[in-house]
Write a new protein. Structure first.
Length: 114
């Protein structure tokens, strides 16, 4: 019975962690996709997303959000973020499982206007 409760509680925490990891990845992708070239914004010319700045912004968001691991990649005009977070267990630690790892992914299209 105790094992069933442990699986139920920590299983729910795993599901919540997966949702949180996906939300962090999606927000990081959005942060990166909004990384417009500051020179273009200052002069009022066409808005162009700077790919290197997009990677930096997305990576900064991952760090700030507490992701334990992650990657940011750009292919064409698509920015993709993979993230991993860990959360401590409540009941499964009694059998030696002290943390749960959850993964999530998000992507955004790098748009330019002009």
């Amino acid at each position: 019975m105790l094992l069933a409760i442990a699986l139920l509680v920590d299983g729910a925490r795993q599901s919540a962690a997966t949702s949180q990891a996906t939300a962090i990845a999606e927000e990081a992708a959005r942060a990166g996709a909004q990384a417009a070239d500051p020179a273009a914004l200052a002069t009022g010319s066409a808005v162009v997303v700077d790919p290197q700045r997009a990677i930096i912004e997305a990576t900064t968001y991952l760090t700030t959000a507490g992701a334990t691991a992650g990657s940011v990649q750009i292919q064409g005009n698509q920015l993709t973020v993979q993230v991993e977070i860990t959360r401590p267990t409540i009941f499964l630690s009694m059998i030696g499982i002290t943390q749960l790892t959850a993964s999530g992914a998000g992507s955004a299209v790098l748009l330019s206007t002009g």
